[in-house]
Design a protein around this ligand. Structure first.
Ligand SMILES: Nc1ncnc2c1ncn2[C@@H]1O[C@H](COP(=O)(O)OP(=O)(O)O)[C@@H](O)[C@H]1O
Ligand SMILES: [Mg+2]
Length: 335
């Protein structure tokens, strides 16, 4: 059997130099090439030396809102208390986290040594229930405070199980106030008037509004220094927000020039769904820096806290939900 010798010129790898065309040695060119390699190595070494002495850029941490998260240092302890900054939780949409935010932000602020008063301004009384109070058993509520001249805030105030956290409770009676206040003089200033005597005792007052833009909510906005708008990270989150902003603007123009937007708070956020991330990015697109860096994740722990009647900061102290409201408290105090 005859075999042909392998054809080197066809099958040898591209990098082999066929002996037939071996270059004739050229010392000048070899030296130039060697110099080029040395120069390149020297440049690389210089770069490495420079990098070793350069300060290392701190890694920028982007938060869920897509912006770098600043650090929120713990505030210095207070030597004295009051006068309170009054913040209304407001959104005419129900189920967006107003009450949950009032309770847990309030509890987290109290942990920071702030004296906090929570005002249940929703006839549903969910804020009162969420703090373990049975609204049907109350002799006096915010309703009496608003409608009866002889009743003072101290007569209605309840201490909660959280040190530094007090409550003005409500129940269904409050729904009558909406109608009865209409005939009153300075009907929009009623809450402002009844809260005034206790503002000196607190650092923060949080008013939990009902899901409407009626007279009770206008009273809350008139009594407030600022508004927090919780927005649920769901498809229709932004629906109705223009109307709410319009109401805030009107109250600012006509009744309460000091009213400000404290911030938009994204709630019930699920980072695992594209939908949640999209809604959050649309909210940031619409409101920019008015959106809190702190975002509240969706977790079943919050409904659970309602059942046990205590804040998440005590019920599940080490949970992500508790951590989120603690960070929100620091963010609010830093503003
Ligand atoms: N971050 C959250 N994750 C899951 N459930 C939540 C969260 N925040 C609130 N909830 C639940 O959603 C419901 C509505 O919240 P709530 O605070 O009462 O809203 P609003 O006061 O705006 O009507 C409640 O059952 C509450 O426990
Ligand atoms: Mg509520």
């Amino acid at each position: 059997m005859s075999t042909n010798p392998p054809d080197d010129t066809q099958h040898s790898p591209a990098w082999t130099v066929p002996h037939a065309v071996a270059p004739t040695p050229d010392p000048a060119r070899e030296e130039a090439e060697a110099r080029a390699v040395l120069a390149e190595a020297a440049a690389e070494a210089a770069q490495l030396r420079a990098a070793a002495h350069e300060p290392v850029e701190p890694e920028v941490r982007l938060g869920p809102t897509g912006r770098p998260v600043p650090s929120f240092p713990a505030p210095p302890p207070l030597l004295e208390h009051g006068p309170a900054r009054v913040i209304a939780m407001c959104n005419q949409k129900g189920g967006v986290g107003k009450t949950t935010t009032a309770i847990n932000l309030g509890a987290a602020l109290a942990e920071q040594g702030r004296r906090v008063l929570l005002v249940d301004f929703d006839p549903q009384g969910a804020l009162s229930v969420g703090l373990g109070v049975n609204p049907h058993e109350l002799d006096r509520t915010v309703y009496n405070l608003l409608m009866e001249r002889s009743v003072r805030a101290d007569d209605v105030l309840l201490k909660t199980n959280v040190p530094g956290l007090d409550l003005l409770p409500s129940n269904i009676d409050l729904s009558a106030a909406e109608v009865q206040l209409v005939g009153e003089v300075a009907r929009e200033q009623t809450l402002t008037r009844v809260l005034r005597p206790v503002l000196g005792d607190y650092d923060i007052v949080l008013i939990d509004c009902q899901p409407s833009l009626g007279l009770l909510t206008v009273n809350a906005l008139t009594a407030a220094d600022s508004v927090i708008i919780p927005l649920e990270c769901e498809f229709f989150a932004l629906r109705g927000v223009a109307l709410l902003m319009d109401t805030i603007q009107k109250v600012q123009d006509r009744l309460n020039p000091r009213l400000e937007l404290e911030g938009i708070l994204a709630t019930m956020y699920d980072s695992r769904t594209l939908h949640g991330r999209e809604v959050l990015s649309r909210v940031v697109e619409a409101f920019g820096d008015r959106v809190f860096h702190t975002v509240i994740g969706r977790t079943v722990r919050f409904p659970e806290t309602t059942v046990v009647g205590e804040p998440i900061t005590t019920y599940a102290s080490t949970s992500p939900g508790a951590a989120a409201y603690r960070q929100l408290a620091l963010e609010v105090l830093a503003r």
